[in-house]
Ligand binder design. Sequence first.
Ligand code: SF4
Ligand code: SF4
Length: 141
Amino acid sequence: MRNEVIDRVGRLYERLAAESGDAQGRGGECNACGKCCDFESFDHRLYVTRPELMYLSSKLGGERVKPMTGGMCPYNVAGKCTVYDYRFAGCRIFCCNGDAEFQSDLSERALEELKSICTELDIPYRYMDLATALNAFSANQ
Ligand code: SF4
Ligand code: SF4
């Protein structure tokens, strides 16, 4: 079951990359400055689901998922995402200079797929802010 979750989340991430690539600039131009990973100072929120955490955890080579103790994502180190290839759907969709409607549509469709993964593979569906999600997952891994 775990492998199927990982496969399906990986396919979802590939689709997000393809759809953003086909969007003729509507997705925005991110220069990976990392400022939006500091949620408090950027006034931004990121919500994630359990399948995304399972995917991240499976890619960490045995390392534990980190808790979040401040306003900054613990995977942002010196302004750079240290889990870029495994980052969450919201990190892939959000761009500070992108088209909000395009991002909202992409986000809705990504959430539908994440919900389906949960329903079909019997995983509790919860849409949690990043700190709550990381802290709960890291305490139970
Ligand atoms: S979305 Fe904007 S703030 Fe976030 S990393 Fe990209 S350029 Fe920086
Ligand atoms: S996973 Fe990476 S891109 Fe997403 S909030 Fe954390 S540091 Fe930023």
